[in-house]
Design a protein around this ligand. Structure first.
Ligand SMILES: O=P(O)(O)OC[C@H]1O[C@](O)(CO)[C@@H](O)[C@@H]1O
Length: 253
């Protein structure tokens, strides 16, 4: 199945287009299950959702959310935990009940059981209607690093050096970046009914070029998306800078 590719002029337009898709989903299905991501790329989307909620009153009262991942060892009060990030950047700006928002528990005593609980939770919610994804420079989605089997459910992962280095900008030093995380697996992500992947900036150009080459391999975790029937990639010019112009419109190979 072909991935749909939407090129945008810049980060702002990328964020607006993604927010529009989410807002439409929530209007059509007020109790939608949204799969959410963290990182820098999606921040603009969350700003757009917050602004739309303030200005137009789109309601999230019946929406449920599940986040992709969380660092092992960081709790909700830690400013670098993904739970803290989500509360701070999105949930407190919407009318969504906090108990309907879910992030893996990075402090769980039994991490394997936490992974199993998270899988059960997603099933009990009825599955993910719309999953938002960023992409790592090495092509990771969630924290599924190169080599992760496509059949993987939610699991504990040892973070790749490149990922720890890329995320060190949020921490006092590289040493403070956790070495492990819990992440939805690739199989978990692929069970979502619809997927929207965002990419912005030149540092993502290589990963996007490899993804659009169309080779499906665990060396590039995002390439698993070629196996899904409904994926839209929204990428700005810089993220598409390694793709010839004539190949940037419509369906990717
Ligand atoms: O948007 P960023 O900060 O480049 O991160 C890309 C991806 O990496 C992660 O932050 C994990 O490292 C994902 O959650 C995110 O989608």
């Amino acid at each position: 199945m072909a991935l749909k590719l939407l090129e945008t002029a810049d980060y702002t337009e990328m964020s607006r287009r993604a927010a529009d898709i989410i807002i439409k989903e929530v209007k059509e299905k007020p109790n939608a299950v949204l799969g959410l991501a963290t990182g820098s790329t999606v921040l603009g989307v969350y700003r757009e959702l917050a602004a739309d909620h303030r200005q137009h009153g789109t309601s999230y009262r019946h929406v449920r959310t599940v986040n992709l991942d969380e660092y092992v060892g960081l709790g909700p009060d830690h400013p670098n935990s993904y739970r803290y990030y989500m509360n701070h950047h999105l949930f407190t700006h919407l009318d969504i009940p906090l108990h309907e928002t879910h992030v893996p528990d990075g402090l769980a005593a039994d991490l394997d059981e936490e992974c199993r609980r998270y899988e059960r939770l997603i099933d009990e919610l009825g599955g993910i209607d719309l999953q938002l994804l960023g992409i790592g420079r090495n092509g990771h989605i969630g924290f599924n690093e190169p080599g992760t089997p496509f059949s993987s459910p939610t699991h504990v992962v040892k973070l790749a050096p490149l990922t720890r280095e890329a995320n060190a900008r949020f921490f006092p030093s590289l040493d403070d970046v956790p070495r492990y995380a819990i992440t939805m697996g690739i199989a978990t992500i692929l069970r979502s009914r619809r997927i929207v992947l965002l990419a912005s900036g030149e540092e993502k150009a290589e990963a996007i070029a490899r993804l659009l080459e169309g080779v499906v391999t665990p060396d590039l975790p995002a390439s698993a998306l070629h196996l899904h029937p409904d994926v839209t990639i929204i990428a700005d010019c810089e993220a598409l800078s390694l793709i010839p112009k004539e190949k940037r419109k419509g369906d990717a190979p």
